[in-house]
Design a binder for this molecule. Structure first.
Ligand SMILES: Nc1ncnc2c1ncn2[C@@H]1O[C@H](COP(=O)(O)OP(=O)(O)O)[C@@H](O)[C@H]1O
Ligand SMILES: [Mg+2]
Length: 249
């Protein structure tokens, strides 16, 4: 279980998140929505201890203190972060990186036969040409291809806690369906915890049950079931002021 209590996140002397609280049990799916620039990506990166951010408060995973750990150690616990804008790395292929990452993760040499078989299976699931495994990581790929390429990493590394920052942005309708189904299959197979940042319900229909949080002004202002996502999509974040109080407070 991930437990975040009274977290403050700062960058360049500016407080981005303040008194941020979130609890995600094993196997649960949580959705974070909120206007642009409210700190959704910031919390994703803070969980992984991105060096840009000064983080104070409490953040634990299965009672281990994440604030005392570095990014590599957190990844070793089974965390996976899909960046809103996946980074291009020229000169290292997907296959090379994944073989090394897998060997590091499992502390043993990778069986190349099994590894190649799995890569082929995953390329089929996410509808990515097999040649992509030999391409440099995200290099010269379109926005949609990058998102799928990151999913290739997800399926190979089999993380237990997945953070998906706007995985649905930049996807065409077919790619959205492929990605949604792939995530649904991953969830059914491995039952990870997932934190999904999104502006739309389209990606959420691939999941049965999830909790929705609204982030505004650096804090979670409302928490609810899937009907909250529908309400936001229909009414917006600002639209529903009733008698001077917004529904999200
Ligand atoms: N590394 C950083 N340095 C300075 N400011 C940052 C940094 N990261 C985010 N911010 C600022 O924090 C706010 C929240 O950003 P972000 O988390 O990317 O928003 P969201 O993902 O909700 O759109 C923005 O005003 C952004 O400019
Ligand atoms: Mg963002």
């Amino acid at each position: 279980m991930l437990e975040i209590n009274n977290l403050t996140v700062e960058a360049e002397n500016k407080t981005i998140l303040n008194n941020f609280n979130l609890k995600i049990n094993d196997g649960e799916i949580h959705v974070l929505m909120g206007p642009n620039g409210t700190g959704k990506s910031t919390i994703c990166k803070a969980i992984l201890k991105h060096p840009d951010y000064k983080v104070t408060g409490k953040m634990t995973y299965h009672d281990q203190d994440l604030l005392a750990m570095d990014t590599t150690s957190i990844a070793r616990l089974g965390f996976f972060y899909l960046n809103q804008n996946p980074v291009e790395i020229e000169g290292i292929t997907n296959a090379e990186m994944l073989r090394n990452a897998l060997s590091e993760k499992n502390d043993e040499r990778v069986d190349i036969f099994k590894f190649n078989k799995k890569l082929n299976e995953v390329c089929d699931i996410i509808n990515l040409p097999k040649s992509f495994v030999h391409r440099d990581i995200n290099y010269n790929m379109s926005g949609g291809e990058k998102k799928k390429n990151e999913l290739l990493q997800l399926f190979i590394l089999e993380p237990k806690f997945i953070i998906l920052d706007e995985i649905d942005s930049g996807l065409d309708v077919d790619a959205l369906k492929t990605v949604g189904k792939a995530l649904q299959e991953y969830y059914e197979r491995y039952k990870p915890s997932i934190l999904i940042v999104t502006h739309h319900q389209a990606i959420l229909k691939y999941f049965n049950d999830y909790t929705v949080h609204v982030l505004k002004d650096g804090k979670i202002k409302a928490t609810g079931d899937k009907s909250l996502a529908t309400k936001i999509e229909n009414l917006g974040f600002e639209a529903n002021t009733i008698n001077g109080t917004t529904e999200y407070e």
